[in-house]
Write a protein that binds this ligand. Structure first.
Ligand code: G3P
Ligand code: MG
Length: 245
C-alpha cells in the first residue's frame, strides 16, 4: 500500500501562487503541505514540462499549443506575471527541475499525466523515464495518475513499480473493473459527485482515496469523516488548518 498524506497541494498551491510553477510548489511547502499534485505534458520534441492547459495562453505570456513549441521556446516564457507582479519571471518547469526541488524540500508528489490528444502513451512513457532516472528509490514513492486510460496502460508497461492512480470526474459503474484492469492502487475522484458509499467501496477494495479539488473546510472535514485518505486542494494551508486535530 502506498502512503499519501492528508493534504496534497493542487498544482502546487493554486490559490496563492501561479499554478504548476516552482513558486507554487514552494508556497505549498510553506503552507505545510508535504505533497503536491501537478500536470505533465510534452513539448514539441517530447520533453516533459509542467503545465495544465493544452494552450500556453492562460498561464504564460505565450500563445498556441504547448505541443507546437520547443522546450527552448517554452522556457523563454513568463509563467508568473499573469498571477501577479511578484511572480514575474517564473518559468514553466521541466519535470527534472521540479523533482530536484522536491528532493531539496523533502516533498512527495502526485504526477498527473495530462497528454495532448494522441500523445497519451508517449507522454506517460516520457514521464516514467524521467522519474526512473531522476527520482531516487529512497525518496517518497510518488503516485502517477491520469484521466487517460491509454496513459495508465503505457505507464504500467514502462514502469510497473510506479504506483498508478485512476482519475475520474465521476466514478461510473465500471470503475472497479477498470481500476483492477489497470492495476491502479489509488482512486482520484472529483468531490462533487462522490458518495459516501463509493468511498466505502474504495477503502474496502484496499485502495487509496485521493479526492480533488476541495477548497472548503466543511467539505474537507466531511470527506475525511467518510474515510477519504487525501484531500487535493488549491489552499493547503487553509484546508490543512481546518483538518488539524
Ligand atoms: O489530479 C486532480 C486534478 O488536478 C484533476 O483535474 O483539471 O485540475 O488537472 P485538473
Ligand atoms: Mg491536475
Amino acid at each position: 500500500m502506498i502512503s499519501t498524506p492528508r493534504i496534497v497541494g493542487h498544482r502546487g498551491a493554486k490559490a496563492n501562487a501561479p499554478e504548476n510553477t516552482l513558486a507554487a510548489f514552494r508556497r505549498a511547502h510553506a503552507e505545510g503541505a508535504t505533497w503536491v499534485e501537478f500536470d505533465a505534458k510534452l513539448t514539441k520534441e517530447g520533453a516533459v514540462v509542467i503545465i495544465h492547459d493544452e494552450l500556453l495562453d492562460r498561464t504564460t505570456n505565450g500563445k498556441g499549443p504547448v505541443a507546437a513549441h520547443t522546450l527552448a521556446e517554452i522556457r523563454a516564457l513568463d509563467a508568473g506575471s499573469w498571477f501577479g507582479p511578484a511572480f514575474a519571471g517564473e518559468r514553466v518547469p521541466t519535470l527534472e527541475e521540479a523533482l530536484a526541488l522536491f528532493l531539496e524540500l523533502g516533498m512527495g508528489f502526485n504526477i498527473e499525466v495530462k497528454p495532448c490528444p494522441g500523445r497519451e502513451a508517449e507522454t506517460a512513457r516520457a514521464c516514467c523515464a524521467v522519474l526512473e532516472r531522476a527520482w531516487p528509490k529512497s525518496a517518497p514513492a510518488p503516485v502517477l495518475s491520469s484521466f487517460k486510460r491509454a496513459a495508465l496502460e503505457a505507464a504500467r508497461e514502462a514502469a510497473p513499480a510506479i504506483a498508478r492512480g485512476y482519475l475520474a470526474e465521476e466514478l461510473g459503474k465500471s470503475w472497479r473493473a477498470e481500476v483492477e484492469a489497470l492495476g491502479c492502487v489509488a482512486v482520484h475522484p472529483g468531490w462533487k459527485r462522490l458518495t459516501r458509499q463509493q468511498v466505502r467501496d474504495i477503502k474496502e477494495a484496499g485502495l487509496r482515496a485521493l479526492v480533488w479539488t476541495v477548497n472548503e473546510p466543511e467539505r474537507a472535514r466531511e470527506l475525511v469523516a467518510w474515510g477519504v485518505d487525501s484531500i487535493i486542494t488549491d489552499a493547503p494551508g487553509l484546508i490543512g488548518g481546518a483538518l488539524a486535530p
